[in-house]
Design a binder for this molecule. Structure first.
Ligand code: 5GP
Length: 189
């Protein structure tokens, strides 16, 4: 049976990761998406069960207790976690699955699944990142600065465990680079 690939995509907030992944799924329809659980507030346009499973802290902590997460972390004051069931089900049935998670989660996944493909997306620059976050307008300035602080850390010292680095300067090019990475991994199996 065909083996499923576990693909992890990380990027500091505002690097265009969501747009890249959306565009990737337009053509790579057979790849499944791992919907994470989170305690952060719902943003405009987000849907329960599609973007995230939105939980209260209490509900999330119960899920931790029950061992329902493959990995989870606290980021910017909120919990985020990857439910175990969807990932194991996909891989066991030979389907590829993509996780859009931050650096600590990615590191943990790599330890559990050494054969996973870890891709880190970088913005062209930190100034550009700040501009994109302000333009997006989903967070207040204080949160944006916190996210930029995390982004700096992520980009300088916490991303050396990734297999591939892609700069999101040109959307089309970034998506194509990711498709190439996935295809090469498929060929190597
Ligand atoms: P956002 O609030 O912008 O949707 O996500 C904040 C950060 O949490 C992003 O880097 C996102 O990729 C990450 N994230 C989302 N879900 C998970 C998860 O299940 N586990 C981990 N470790 N990080 C996640």
């Amino acid at each position: 049976m065909k083996k499923g690939i576990l693909i992890v995509v990380s990027a500091p907030a505002g690097c265009g990761k969501d747009t890249i992944v959306e565009k990737l799924f337009e053509t790579e329809r057979e790849i499944r998406y791992s919907v994470s659980a989170t305690t952060r507030e719902v943003r405009g346009g987000e849907a329960e069960g599609t973007d995230y499973f939105f939980k209260t802290r209490e509900e999330f902590e119960e899920m931790i207790e029950r061992g329902e997460f493959l990995e989870y972390t606290e980021y910017c004051g909120n919990y985020y976690g990857t439910p175990k069931s969807a990932v194991t089900e996909a891989l066991e049935s030979g389907h590829d699955i993509l996780l859009k998670i931050e650096v600590h989660g990615a590191e943990n996944i790599k330890k559990m699944f050494p054969n996973s493909v870890l891709i880190f997306i970088r913005p062209p620059s930190l100034d550009e990142l700040r501009r994109r976050l302000i333009k997006r307008g989903t967070e207040d300035l204080e949160t944006i600065e916190r996210r930029i602080e995390i982004a700096c850390k992520e980009m300088t010292m916490q991303c050396d465990h990734y297999d591939h680095y892609v700069i999101n300067d040109d959307l089309e090019q970034a998506v194509n680079e990711i498709k190439d990475i996935i295809n090469k991994k498929r060929e190597s199996l």
